[in-house]
Design a protein around this ligand. Structure first.
Ligand SMILES: [Zn+2]
Length: 283
């Protein structure tokens, strides 16, 4: 499932094709993805200029000149492909139509944007831009982990007294938006906090270390995604998936990468999801 850095990478890849460009044609090939698509969606998109392409948590937000915003969520298996002529002088020929190409946008930039989703856990909606934070998918989200509202005092206040494991608390989208399983594992490792520790019972120093560490793991991954953007121009035109090496995620049985630590990376299951961590140096 794409996490925040992957979605941000998709956004950055789409900006040159979409921002400032007009949707000259929109094709909506089915009435629903995970939920019904908005009524008259193609009509409401066609002819609209994209004034800004933003992101909130794992949602892409394309603001339109009409005053509506197109919300896009990739879900489990959603993919976005760019083909056609592109500003920046690279070109991917249009692939043959795939039965999972559900929404296709032709842009005045010369690019074609294709939303492909085999499992249809993705979602799209149109909502007034000025009230975007009231949309039901966005209204209960906590602050952006890379924004100023997410800071040490905020996190300390939100975790205070909580008896759930810290890993579950950090996956709670009301506490911080957009963090997923992989990057929570990586952040807890870097902060040397055990994923099993009760959220309200983290030593002050380690708790305060969590915020900069969360920012670092996301920033590193976004940087890796940026490198992948330079590569994809030679490859498939698919945005957002990139090779990234993790310190603990997926590394069960490997030696702990903390210098001097004799530990071995372990895997446990918490709330039905794999957690990777070092039982020696994460406390
Ligand atoms: Zn260790």
């Amino acid at each position: 499932m794409p996490e925040l850095p992957e979605v941000e990478t998709v956004r950055r890849g789409l900006v040159p094709a979409m921002e400032g460009a007009t949707i000259t044609a929109a094709e909506v090939r089915r009435p629903d993805l995970r939920w019904p698509l908005p009524e008259r969606m193609a009509e409401r998109l066609t002819g609209q200029r994209v004034t800004r392409l933003g992101r909130r948590s794992k949602y892409l937000l394309a603001d339109l000149a009409s005053g509506e915003t197109l919300i896009v969520h990739l879900g489990m298996s959603g993919r976005i492909l760019i083909s056609g002529a592109m500003p920046g002088a690279f070109h991917h020929s249009h692939a043959a139509r795939d039965k999972h190409d559900h929404v296709v946008l032709e842009m005045s930039s010369g690019a074609r944007i294709t939303f492909n989703d085999a499992r249809r856990f993705g979602a799209m909606d149109l909502w007034p831009t000025e009230a975007i934070e009231t949309h039901w998918l966005l209204s209960s989200l906590g602050p952006e982990p890379l924004g100023n509202a997410f800071n040490e005092d905020y996190l300390a206040a939100r975790l205070k007294g909580r008896m759930t494991p810290v890993k579950s608390a950090l996956l709670d989208q009301r506490v911080v938006a957009g963090l997923g399983n992989i990057y929570v594992c990586e952040a807890l490792f870097r902060a040397q906090v055990s994923p099993r520790r009760k959220a309200g019972n983290i030593a002050e120093k380690r708790l305060r270390a969590l915020v900069p560490v969360i920012r670092d793991v996301l920033t590193d991954a976004i940087a890796a995604g940026g490198s992948s953007l330079r590569d994809y121009r030679q490859t498939s035109g698919e945005l957002g998936y990139f090779q990234h090496t993790f310190r603990v995620y997926g590394r069960e049985g490997a030696p702990c990468p903390t210098p001097g630590c004799p530990g071995t990376i372990a895997r446990i299951v918490q709330s039905g999801r794999s957690t990777f961590f070092c039982p020696k140096c994460q406390r």
